[in-house]
Design a protein around this ligand. Structure first.
Ligand SMILES: [Fe+2]
Length: 305
């Protein structure tokens, strides 16, 4: 059955809104099996459904300010990334491609991205550090080059993405998401999502660097009322990795996937390149009981393929 599910997942990355009868024919299975497989995908958290005989992708639903993603798995595998700053001359699409290939191999269920998908045009002199200087150039760069994957990505906008919005009201993340069904845009700066019963908050933030890498994350956690605290808090913006656990909340400060820029060097900012691989385990009622993480660092790795 797992093999058939994998086949269907791969098939659905290549075909747009296929008819059930065509899927059954192409995969050499019965139509009722296709209905069953789509139900299994839904239970695993994939946002597919069948309408009028066609398999369609659906958007996550927001209820009471929280995106709801159905999932009944006993183990949810996540890849946490941030600050890809795409269209910068210093972006690392090679690492991103490596990570998505690895995520597929590891059976990761979701990739979560905590903002600064694009580099924007935020500070003076930044145009000399860009591969694309225009809104449409950066938008199309991401639509074309961001790795296409059967693993869905949920992301928020960071302060660099929001530069366009502040200047002229254009939401580059929304525009990108509208053209890429595997990239689900949740909103700007801070959004909550619930995968099954696992509560996650994605947050970007703004402002300069702090005197210690843990400072902003600690202060931010303190600002969240106890009853609102998620199981996983993922933050971006600082370009430095850090982990801590307080109460039930596992806090992941996710660094960047961009080489140090001339601007960062001149400002004396530090810059880690890394990601978090996270496994969340549920009890038989679906409540999160254990969260484990592993940091993968790229500072000394030259992938470039
Ligand atoms: Fe950033």
């Amino acid at each position: 059955m797992d093999e058939l599910l994998e086949k269907l997942k791969t098939y659905l990355t290549k075909k747009n809104k296929p008819y059930v009868q065509n899927v059954a024919k192409d995969l050499e299975i019965e139509e009722y099996q296709v209905y069953g497989l789509v139900e299994m995908l839904k239970k695993k958290g994939y946002l597919f459904d069948i309408f009028e005989g066609q398999i369609v992708k659906i958007k996550p639903v927001k209820e009471n300010g929280v995106y709801q993603i159905p999932n009944n798995l006993s183990k949810i595998k996540l890849l946490l990334i941030s600050d890809t700053h795409l269209a910068s001359k210093y972006d690392r699409l090679d690492i991103l491609r490596y990570l998505y290939a690895k995520a597929e191999d590891k059976g990761v269920n979701y990739v979560l991205h905590s903002g600064d998908l694009t580099d924007g045009l935020k500070h003076e002199g930044q145009m000399y550090e860009l591969k694309e200087t225009s809104y449409t150039g950066q938008r199309d760069y991401v639509i074309e080059k961001y790795p296409k994957s059967s693993v869905p990505t949920y992301f928020i906008a960071g302060n660099h993405d929001l530069w366009w919005f502040k200047k002229c009201g254009a939401d580059i993340c929304k525009d990108i998401s509208n053209q890429r069904e595997d990239l689900h845009y949740l909103g700007s700066d801070c959004e909550d999502l619930k995968i099954g019963k696992l509560k996650i908050r994605l947050r970007h933030g703004s402002g300069g660097s702090a005197y210690a890498r843990s400072y902003k994350l600690q202060k931010y956690l303190d600002s969240i009322p106890m009853e609102e605290r998620p199981h996983i808090l993922q933050t971006g913006h600082i370009h430095q990795s850090f982990y801590m656990k307080q109460g039930k909340t596992h806090c992941f400060q996710t660094s960047c996937l961009q080489d140090m820029t001339a601007f960062e060097r001149s400002m004396g900012f530090s810059n880690d390149k890394s990601c978090w691989w996270v496994n969340a385990y549920m009890d038989d009622k679906g409540n999160p009981v254990k969260i484990q993480q592993e940091l993968e660092n790229f500072d000394k790795k030259l992938i470039r393929r």
